[in-house]
Write a protein of this length. Structure first.
Length: 319
């Protein structure tokens, strides 16, 4: 599969590469997905509390628009904030369907302030650690492990910004921690420096991320329109992840960033690896897995559209 890679574009310890698929490799169906956060804001999707930590129920009220829910999406409220474990295609007029989740707020089980405890709002945030999201996709995570990872991430971010990012309203909430003003300033700084990249590359369909000169992973979408909707979400997640590694950053690390043609070859090789079934989530979500020496590759396919690919997530394995 031919693919164009542009970059790197760097600010501080964060470097981005833009991915562009040829039009012959994109699909019209994936243009019509709404991201979860937008669908919640528009009140076309309701995320229901079930009283089970590992399972919520989600309902698409729209008569004609499907929703793409992605691993790492955080929903706020209910009895505890949750993170989505795995990509899920939510069809229009879906009825209530189960959604696998983990808790990312250890010490609450009840109403918080004025928030509803029977349903959730979209936070617009993502659990930023790519290795954690890959473990969730691959089925290697459990709830105790997730709480440990959240605590480690909060501690790492606090050390990097020199302030305790835990929120008084709920110190164990990963979502509220990401609201801390020091992290918000960093996200705004990254948006100012790198936010115009998608406009400069209007045909782009994905991005790869490097932190401290090391490739961490990326996301490739099979629709430029869908990528455009998700651009700020992806940029903010990369900004948050980069904060956690700032204390280890030195400028010479940037010398090891790979050139764009090398990455284009690696992405092409990744998409040519043998693909096997990993998850099948009715009614329409099918997730496949590829494994190479340098990467793990997860592709979300739409079983309702003959297995058409919607998103491919790449995790680069560090030597």
């Amino acid at each position: 599969m031919p693919i164009q890679v542009d970059g790197p574009y760097t600010h501080s310890n964060l470097s981005l590469y833009l991915l562009t698929l040829p039009e012959t490799e994109t699909f019209t169906g994936s243009q019509y997905f709404l991201p979860l956060d937008r669908a919640i804001r528009e009140q076309s999707v309701v995320v229901h509390e079930t009283g089970e930590v590992g399972r919520l129920e989600v309902e698409n009220l729209s008569p004609d628009v499907d929703v793409l829910i992605q691993d790492g999406d955080i929903v706020r409220g209910g009895r505890q904030d949750r993170v989505v474990r795995i990509d899920f295609i939510l069809p229009a007029k879906s009825g209530r369907l189960p959604l696998p989740t983990f808790c990312v707020e250890k010490r609450r089980w009840g109403k918080r302030g004025a928030e509803a405890d029977h349903m959730f709002s979209g936070s617009g945030k993502v659990l930023s650690a790519r290795s954690v999201r890959a473990s969730m996709r691959y089925g290697q995570a459990n709830q105790g492990w997730m709480w440990d990872e959240v605590s480690k991430l909060q501690a790492k971010l606090s050390s990097s910004v020199g302030e305790n990012i835990a929120a008084c309203a709920s110190p164990s909430s990963m979502d509220l921690s990401l609201d801390h003003q020091a992290l918000a300033r960093r996200r705004q700084e990254i948006r100012q420096k790198l936010g115009g990249l998608r406009q400069d590359h209007p045909r782009a369909t994905g991005l790869l991320v490097a932190i401290n000169g090391r490739m961490t992973g990326g996301d490739l979408y099979f629709s430029g329109e869908l990528f455009a909707q998700l651009w700020e979400r992806l940029l903010d997640a990369a900004a948050n992840e980069s904060v956690g590694e700032l204390l280890q950053f030195t400028k010479p690390q940037l010398d090891r960033l790979p050139p764009a043609p090398q990455l284009a070859d690696l992405v092409r090789q990744s998409l040519q690896l043998e693909e096997r079934q990993l998850h099948d989530l009715p009614p329409r979500t099918r997730i496949t897995f590829r494994h190479g020496q340098a990467q793990r590759v997860f592709t979300t396919r739409d079983a309702g559209r003959a297995g058409e690919p919607v998103r491919t997530a790449i995790e680069f394995l560090q030597a």
